[in-house]
Design a protein around this ligand. Sequence first.
Ligand SMILES: Nc1ncnc2c1ncn2[C@@H]1O[C@H](COP(=O)(O)OP(=O)(O)OP(=O)(O)O)[C@@H](O)[C@H]1O
Ligand SMILES: C[C@@](O)(CCOP(=O)(O)O)CC(=O)O
Length: 212
Amino acid sequence: MAAPDGDSPSPSSSSSSSSSSSPPRCVLVFSGKRKSGKDFVTDSLRGRLGGDVCAILRLSGPLKSQFAKEHRLQLDKLLDASDYKERYRGDMIRWGEARRSADPGFFCRLATQSDGARCPVWLISDARRRSDVDWFARHHGAVTRTVRVSASDDTRRKRGWVFTPGIDDMESECGLDSGVQWDWNIRNDGSDGDLDSQLQEILSHVELQLGS
Ligand SMILES: Nc1ncnc2c1ncn2[C@@H]1O[C@H](COP(=O)(O)OP(=O)(O)OP(=O)(O)O)[C@@H](O)[C@H]1O
Ligand SMILES: C[C@@](O)(CCOP(=O)(O)O)CC(=O)O
């Protein structure tokens, strides 16, 4: 994976950027469109691996937290799959892009400095831009793998997705439609059984990385 993201590594943004003394043993960077099931898939993987070894790190976590503070909004509702979040999505995208244009690694660095980053396995649940993928390649390249989660528009609609111009046709949703060679492509349209068999390969990889 290429790694030019333009932010200059500092002691707090290098591979020792987590609050852990040891760097992660395995980093999985997930991407997918709205309602493709990124959270569902990463929750499912963490459920199997266990919360003691595996943390879900959301790039949108520090973004939503700061956005909620500045705009006096309810953070818990921005974090779940609610209509409330969708109401503010456009504003959050624009707010985040202003930060990213000054420092493309801004949210990657914050997410990997959270408490969860003490775990040896990181599931980065929401890469949306090339700069996100490049940041992990640059700082944790040896242990980073990428996963694209897809679902048909029909499935996504059944999960509540409504095409919204200005969101679904912009970088936040389309920035990783091409240009990345995904290590795994997960099709999340069907039953739990279908998903389980696809996740098995990823779980085997993680277990190998952990040496178990
Ligand atoms: N395989 C599945 N089986 C059952 N329900 C699913 C499955 N995948 C996703 N869902 C449900 O679809 C909805 C959207 O999934 P999820 O929140 O994981 O998507 P997302 O890609 O994280 O979306 P967003 O980017 O909008 O946050 C949730 O209610 C989730 O529980
Ligand atoms: C503002 C934004 O982070 C919202 C992401 O929300 P979610 O991952 O769909 O819950 C999207 C973006 O960064 O472009």
